[in-house]
Structure formats: C-alpha cells, structure tokens
Design a protein around this ligand. Structure first.
Ligand SMILES: NC(=O)c1ccc[n+]([C@@H]2O[C@H](COP(=O)([O-])OP(=O)(O)OC[C@H]3O[C@@H](n4cnc5c(N)ncnc54)[C@H](OP(=O)(O)O)[C@@H]3O)[C@@H](O)[C@H]2O)c1
Length: 316
C-alpha cells in the first residue's frame, strides 16, 4: 500500500476530480493511491471519499501554501479550477498560478491540467461576431484557462494539458435539460444549429485522466482532447425522446437570443456555443473519440449516458 504512488486530486468531491478518485480506488490493482483535496474534510462528501479509501486533506486553490502541503510527496496532481463558483477569469488565472507553483515546489512528476481553449486565438477581441465580455475575453471560462497553460510550462512542471468537453450532466445539474414551452411541448434548447457538440459524461473525464496517469510519461508535454461522442442538437433531442419515452424537440435559438437569457453566465455560454459552432471542424477534430476510448475503454456515448441517468434528468 505504502509503495503506491500518490495522486493528489483537486475538486475531489466534485465531477471531474470525483471521477478520477473513483476510477483509481475502484481498481484494486492500481499502482496509485488517492489524496483527495477538499476545503472541508468534515463534510459528508469528504467522509464518503475517506470511506472509499482515499486520504482526505484540506486545501484551497486560493491559498498556495495549503496546496504545497497537499501536494507534498505526491507523484501526480489532477488540477482543475472552479470558474462557476466565482465567475472571475482573473481569479481563475491566479488559482492556476497557485497550483502550478505548488506543483513545482512539491516536485510533482506528472500534473494533468484540465484546461480549455483560449478562444481569442480564433476570435480576436476586435472580431465583432460575438461581444467582448469583461473587457478582455470572448469566452471567459475558456479563455482564462487557456491563458493559464503557461504557468505549468514556465514552472517546468511535467504536465498533460487535458481539453475537456461539455458535460451531458449539465442536463441534470446546470439547468440545461429539456423544458416545457407555453404549448406544453418539451424542447431542448441550444444555439448550435445543425453543428455537432462534443460532449462527455463528467465521470468519464476522470476515467480518461486515470488512463493518462497510467501511461506514465507518454502524455507529458502533450495536449489531449477528449469527448464521448459528437452529437448534433437534433440527435441529442432524438436520443432523449427515445430514452425518456417522451417527444422532445430540438429548439435551436440564435446566439444573441441565448446570450440574452439573463441567467448568470448566459453571455459567456452563448459565446461558448458560438465558438463551438463557428469552429466545428477544429473543435470536433481535436476531440478524438478513438483516443478518448483508448484512455477509457468504458467511455459512454450520449445514449449510454442518458439511459443510465434518465431518472435524474428533470423534465419541467
Ligand atoms: N460543466 C461543463 O460542461 C464543463 C465542461 C468542461 C469544463 N468545465 C469546467 O469544470 C470546472 C469545474 O469542475 P467540476 O465540474 O469538476 O467542479 P464541481 O463538480 O463543481 O466540483 C467542484 C469541487 O471543487 C471544490 N472546490 C470549489 N472551490 C474550491 C477552492 N477554492 N479550493 C479547493 N477546492 C474547491 C469543491 O469541493 P469542496 O466543497 O469539498 O471543497 C467542489 O466539490 C469549471 O472550471 C468548468 O469551467 C465544465
């Protein structure tokens, strides 16, 4: 047991980190053991991780000294930040800097940084097809992550840059599920037109990350992009209709309409969908399904995910 290499996992009580924790601890032959990082070791979620066999420690991505302690003697670090808990790219950038500095100080052998594209490389701020947000960003929750990649390279941390995809779990937990219109019909709203949206079961991100750690140095210094499938909006609506046994229409709205929905982050998400729509070839092209499946043989398709989670998808 003590010979196992420690993987320190940020966001261990959440979607991505939790998936990695379970992937490692459910593998009795794993060469790794888990150090689950939480801000509060006393919560039910933290206790559940301890019961699974994880070492549970407290740290906060806003406190670099706490991260240095949490990463001490770790072989690997799974690095993820939490944009939607504060909506600030500047805060997210500072947090990635903290993580990279702490990984360097601890002499970590392999970090996986859960990043996303800096969309300004495709759509410069002076490109008016979509509004500039917060003065410096097109898609704030993407751009801050992409802009932060250099902290790992600058600090010489052996890193894999993991480009993730839209979680299908957003249909359950992020208010993105089918909704009843004034006519009483259910529809699934997304401003993607007829373009494909790479998606993934959140749990599979952690399983892919485990696949990367298992391959030792193969993926160090590399960027890997993962997805479970690239369905269009109408394919997703058809699958939901089939799995839920209810007619669900695909309601593709214009980007401006989506941006104007008024919920927190609506403009950011409207721009995100537009980026994925306008650069479909790039965005789908890098998110290779065969490579994702190689990392995680249990990789789910949208239909597999929907079938497994159909009781949890709220139908308003
Ligand atoms: N939703 C999507 O489709 C999607 C797709 C790609 C990427 N992402 C990105 O995924 C990231 C979030 O990851 P996730 O979905 O795995 O998160 P999550 O499920 O919301 O979990 C976040 C966990 O992180 C911990 N946490 C929050 N603030 C922290 C802090 N200051 N220091 C240390 N730990 C903290 C919390 O644990 P404790 O309360 O136990 O501390 C929480 O359980 C976001 O940045 C988002 O942009 C999302």
């Amino acid at each position: 047991m003590s010979e196992k290499k420690i993987i320190a996992v940020l966001g261990a009580t959440g979607a991505q980190g939790g998936g990695l924790v379970r992937a490692i601890l459910n593998d009795p032959n794993s060469e790794f053991t888990v150090r689950a990082i939480t801000r509060n070791i006393g919560t039910e979620k933290s206790k559940a991780l301890a019961a699974l066999g994880a070492e549970v420690v407290a740290a906060d991505v806003d406190d670099v000294e706490s991260l240095k302690k949490a990463f001490k003697d770790a072989y690997g670090v799974y690095a993820v930040t939490f944009f939607w808990s504060h909506f600030s790219p500047e805060k997210e950038i500072a947090e990635v800097n903290n993580i990279a500095q702490a990984a360097k100080a601890a002499g970590v052998k392999h970090a996986i940084w859960s990043t996303l594209e800096d969309t300004r490389k495709w759509i410069p701020l002076n490109d008016n097809r979509m509004p500039t947000l917060m003065e410096k960003y097109k898609v704030p929750h993407f751009d801050g992550k992409g802009e932060s990649n250099h902290f790992f390279t600058d600090n010489g941390v052996p890193t894999t840059f993991l480009l993730t995809s839209f979680y299908w779990d957003n249909l359950i937990y992020f208010g993105m599920g089918p909704k009843k219109g004034t006519d009483g019909n259910l529809s699934y709203t997304m401003p993607m037109g007829d373009k494909k949206l790479p998606g993934i079961a959140a749990e599979d991100i952690g399983k892919c990350a485990y696949g990367i750690f298992k391959r030792g140095s193969d993926y160090i210094g590399k960027t890997v992009a993962i997805a479970g499938e690239h369905p269009t909006g109408s394919q997703m609506a058809n699958t939901l209709s089939k799995v839920l046994g209810k007619e669900i229409q695909y309601n593709s709205v214009p980007f401006e309409v989506y941006r104007s929905f008024g919920f927190p982050g609506a403009e950011d998400l409207g721009n995100m969908f537009q980026f994925k729509h306008d650069f479909e070839n790039y965005f789908c092209g890098v998110r290779k399904l065969d490579e994702s499946k190689k990392l995680n043989p249990e990789l789910q398709t949208f239909e597999m995910w929907a079938t497994k989670n159909k009781e949890l998808i709220p139908l308003e």
